[in-house]
Design a protein around this ligand. Sequence first.
Ligand SMILES: Nc1ncnc2c1ncn2[C@@H]1O[C@H](COP(=O)(O)OP(=O)(O)OP(=O)(O)O)[C@@H](O)[C@H]1O
Length: 711
Amino acid sequence: MPRLAFAQSFWDGYDTLEKPVRAGVRKAMAKFQAMSAAELNADKGLHLESVQNARDPRMRTIRITDFWRGVVLAPDDGSDMFLLVNVLPHDDAYTWAAKRLYSANSATRALEVRNAVALDELTPLYETAARTAPRLLFADVSDGTLRELGIDDQVLRAARSLVDKAQLEAFSTLLPEDQLEVLQYLAEGFSPEEVYRDVVAVRRPADAPAEPVEDLATVITNTSARIRLVTGPRELEEMLAKPFAAWRVFLHPSQRRVAYRTSYGGPVQVTGGPGTGKTVAALHRVKHLLGRSEDGRILLTTYTNALAAGLREMLGLLLDEDEKLLARVDVTTIDACANGVVRAHSAAVPKPIGDREQRQLWEKVVRQLDLPFTAQFLAQEYRHVVLGQNLRDLDAYLGASRRGRGTGLGPARRREVWSGVERFEQMLRERGETTHLRICGRAAELLADAPAPYAHVVVDEAQDLHPAQWRVLRAAVSPSPDDLFVTGDPHQRIYDSRVSLGSLGIATVGRSFRLRVNYRSTEEILAWSARLLAPVTIDALEGEGTDSLAGYHSLLHGSRPRVRGYATRQEETDALVERIRVLLAEGLAPHEIGVCARFNLALDTAEEKLKAASIPVLRVKGQVAQGSEGVRLATMHAMKGLEFRAVSVLGVAEGTVPFAREITPREADPLQHDADLLRERCLLFVACTRARETLSVTWSGTASPFLPPVA
Ligand SMILES: Nc1ncnc2c1ncn2[C@@H]1O[C@H](COP(=O)(O)OP(=O)(O)OP(=O)(O)O)[C@@H](O)[C@H]1O
């Protein structure tokens, strides 16, 4: 029986294939497992056919459905392994196959594919332009060195015609994978020795003979990073049911560089726009750190329970469910971690209350003490100044800086505020209640008095952490090399936290990295979403200076976001139902579609209408059970960290986005007013950047002032 393997290029598109096409793939692949090579060649249903004028004589196509064909690389050297490389509509399959050439990399010994036709056409054009260029991209690397790194004749010629990284990126879909990565690393400034170590040596089989072996089966076996072999029908079934997660194996050089650096002298900060693989980098860092010792414990932490559950699952995948390794990692939110610390020290832990209950308490405080402040003002003062700086008594508060607060408070006023703080805390005590941030304060104290429980702390979604939460993390690991690895995106700050990491003992100077390639969304979605933030400046993650999305881009392309207003809410919801019908008819699974709005109320209406149209729905609250089928409905806050093939953002109207009631009046505090507006703007940005392929933004009445003017 021949053997069967699947290439990464097939998995890349597999997710988006419609159900009947997937069923066709399954059926065709089952034949490869049941028939001899001679039977396969003769099978009428499969219709294994060579491709005319193909650059690679081993190219074949097979029938998947009436309109879809699979592209297969067939052995012509007596070996027995077939490789499914793509599934495309009929004509596209032939065009795609004719241009591709597969070859074995002379250094890594792995199978690679290039668009040989496009390379032949483009290279002379670039060569002409390069003749007058002041400097070439690889001027400092000799031909001999490039060849040792696996660069072959055709790629060498193309590489010699490039003047900058943007041009290399333009070639990226044409070049063979390993050779592209070598060139990307060199372009990023890695030395040839580093490139050999990080790209070539890690791929090259340990027992590779001095001279490359060319038979297809051997070369395929050497390509475990991009090709999966199928060993039996059950494995085939499992594999097709749960597509290959590319992020487990392929990292962009910039991701690999941050995640697999042997060691850092202290805390590290990794920033990047939405979808640039920060979570992926954090997970790989955990894997790397686990390998550095036999027993060091790691805390992997994020902002919400739902995100922590997602991280836990991804880590299991990355570590191949290795129980021993997984047992050394605590994956949890910081609040849950702090709660655990406090609970370990006292039997009765006060119950944390939410924002709304806190606000009610502050209202009571204002009434009881007849204070000249609003409850909103006191709650903010308590959060940003008192808890932010961990102030424990009136004297500390009287002497504290109130930087970032927009109204001055003299000593008399501060005394009044402090009386309110004391009353608020007294009420909490009497009710046996507390707040999450107060628990964090207590946990940080307890941790500081005992040996640190973790060897390493890895933090995802760090942009929203409050100083009290940072104190927990700082105290959970001793200041030492590789203590903290922090990823976050200040453009996605949707809770009002202001920090200066340096002042909290977390100095990342000289250890800050930025990821710029978006793996999630199309360039069209990114470019539109980035315009939402164009009018504002964003404070850097570490609290000093500003951040920007410069250089942030995607290699994927698709349709432009649909941005549309309706006369009434009813019309808007009807249009939503229609759109989702179309998406489902196009083959998207319900769980690949996300619908979001600023409030649950708007989602209630959408839910009702969708259900009435017999479309299955699932509300995302906390943690959604995996595998449950239904269009996901979530508030903008709950969209954080998620992603969908299609996203509809509803109700982006004046008064709702930004939500008028959440905005502190400018007269009350101009700085807080601006901060509130910024937070709401970032919230819309977060919602829109969850979309992978299509984004729709709608409203009824007057559009939100945040929406960019029509270009
Ligand atoms: N090297 C990679 N190869 C393939 N896919 C990748 C790679 N890195 C990340 N991805 C994919 O890109 C998407 C976004 O990755 P991830 O969630 O890590 O980004 P992020 O920067 O944390 O995003 P956000 O800040 O918006 O939450 C995911 O679907 C992930 O699987």
